[in-house]
Design a protein around this ligand. Structure first.
Ligand code: DAH
Length: 428
């Protein structure tokens, strides 16, 4: 698979369909409801490890583990995901994600001095309203499903995009801002997809005096400014590259675009953006304005800029990775410290109606963690009785060392057992 071209491309771009608490209050969640739509993964009781009590502080909000990971059908957050909360890789100045964030800041600071307010510590636990309703994501959009999003309870999620903060910040009176943060999505496993990644959101609001002098209508004015600003950003990051604008669809912008650059021999999506839907400005108390917004995935860009071949490396604490990057050094090329061999294991089973690949990947990650490099469907058939069989190939590979046969066999044995027990499939 092409390494970077697909790293977390936006789920919102598909036409097909797609509390805030100040100070140090403890996060409080709405009462759970009983849902029949919850994926089978979370409806099976008692498969989680007992929850240890530890308290994190995120953006001034205290969160205990049992607030986020609960044995409850409206909750599908596993321990592996909780363990990533608060790591905030984007706030480490000598980590590729932090270096990239600072590089983007530098562009905005140089070209728009003192204009953009920067947020990089907003709490990733947000309401369904913030994550979806406030940015006009339709009620039946696939991203709202328990299969795609981590729900803390029926009204609370781990944000799946930084757009979750747009309306809240507008309401608080901000008109020019950049929001960087960790975002969470249930997904399949390969070298460009990881259930936690990082995004940056940008918003700029204009008032009538801005566009009136230009002779343009407000939407065209905002769209022109957006394109100029983001072309400048792409040149700042990638140099004198060829660029093109692609018409896109996002629920929160109209018109919507994706910016692509021609880089290392192919067209690559850099970001999604557009002119903010008027409705968002209206519900945020800014009816008389027009605004642009953009969102970009930091991993996707950092993988090409720093030549990082696998998204799991961003989480590595191995000195041979971390020591290669330092503050302010944008685009230093990563030198792999030898490639350890992969080991492939296949497993076949009869699926049931509630089976999803995301649930399968969650189980596998729960056991093998970052030792699993890829899970791919290699065979799929339905027999005369209407039973469907899937065969998945699991690639195990450590980024840091050779794995022993014994270790892999043990992992695969646990995977087989848990896939059978938690997903109610029948191994063949
Ligand atoms: N939130 C989108 C995603 O994660 C990315 C995005 C696209 C953000 C367009 C925006 C925007 O602000 O205008 O898929």
């Amino acid at each position: 698979m092409a390494v970077v071209s697909s790293a977390h491309s936006t789920i919102f771009s598909k036409t097909s369909l797609f509390h805030h608490i100040n100070g140090f209050k403890r996060f409080s969640f709405c009462l759970p409801f009983s849902s029949s739509t919850v994926a089978s993964l979370s409806s099976k009781k008692k498969w989680r490890q007992p929850v240890a009590s530890s308290v994190l502080e995120l953006g001034g909000i205290k969160i205990a583990k049992d607030d986020v990971v609960r044995d409850d059908p409206t909750n599908n957050v596993p321990d592996t995901i909780f363990s990533k909360l608060g790591l905030q890789l984007h706030r480490r100045n000598n980590h590729p994600l932090g270096i990239l964030k600072n590089g983007i800041y530098e562009y905005f600071d140089t070209n728009f001095p003192n204009m953009f307010h920067k947020f990089d510590d907003l709490c990733p636990v947000v309401s369904v309203k913030q994550n979806f309703d406030d940015v006009l994501v339709p009620a039946d959009h696939v991203s709202r499903s328990y299969n795609d999003t981590y729900y803390v309870d029926s009204q609370t999620v781990l944000r799946c995009h930084t757009s979750a903060h747009q309306a809240e910040l507008l309401r608080r009176g901000h008109t020019h801002f950049l929001v960087t943060g960790d975002v969470y999505r249930r997904d399949s496993i390969d070298s460009t997809h990881y259930p936690v990644f990082h995004q940056m959101e940008g918003v700029r609001v204009f008032t009538p005096d801005n566009w009136e002098a230009s002779g343009l209508d407000p939407t065209s004015y905002a769209a022109e400014d957006l394109k100029k600003s983001l072309e400048g950003l792409a040149r700042h990051l990638f140099g004198a590259v060829e660029m093109r604008w692609i018409d896109a669809y996002f629920p929160f912008t109209n018109p919507s675009y994706e910016l692509e650059i021609y880089f290392q021999g192919k067209w690559m999506e850099v970001l999604g953006c557009g002119v903010m839907e008027q409705e968002i400005l209206k519900i945020s108390g800014r009816s008389n304005s027009v605004a642009w917004a953009f969102g970009l995935g930091l991993e996707r860009l950092a993988m090409v800029l720093f030549d990082i071949p696998d998204i799991r490396l961003f989480w590595s604490t191995d000195e041979r990775f971390t020591s290669q990057f330092s503050e302010g050094q944008m685009g230093v090329k990563f030198k792999p410290f030898s490639k350890y061999p992969p080991c492939y294991k296949d497993m076949s089973f009869w699926i049931n109606d509630s089976f999803t690949e995301n649930n399968l990947c969650e189980v596998i990650r729960g056991i093998a963690g970052d030792l699993v490099e890829e899970v791919s469907l290699i065979d799929n058939f339905t027999n005369k009785k209407g039973m469907t069989s899937h065969c998945y190939r699991i690639a195990y590979r450590s980024m840091e060392r050779s794995l022993t046969d014994e270790e892999i066999n043990d992992l695969q044995w646990q995977v087989r057992e848990q896939v059978q027990n938690k997903l109610n499939v029948v191994l063949r």
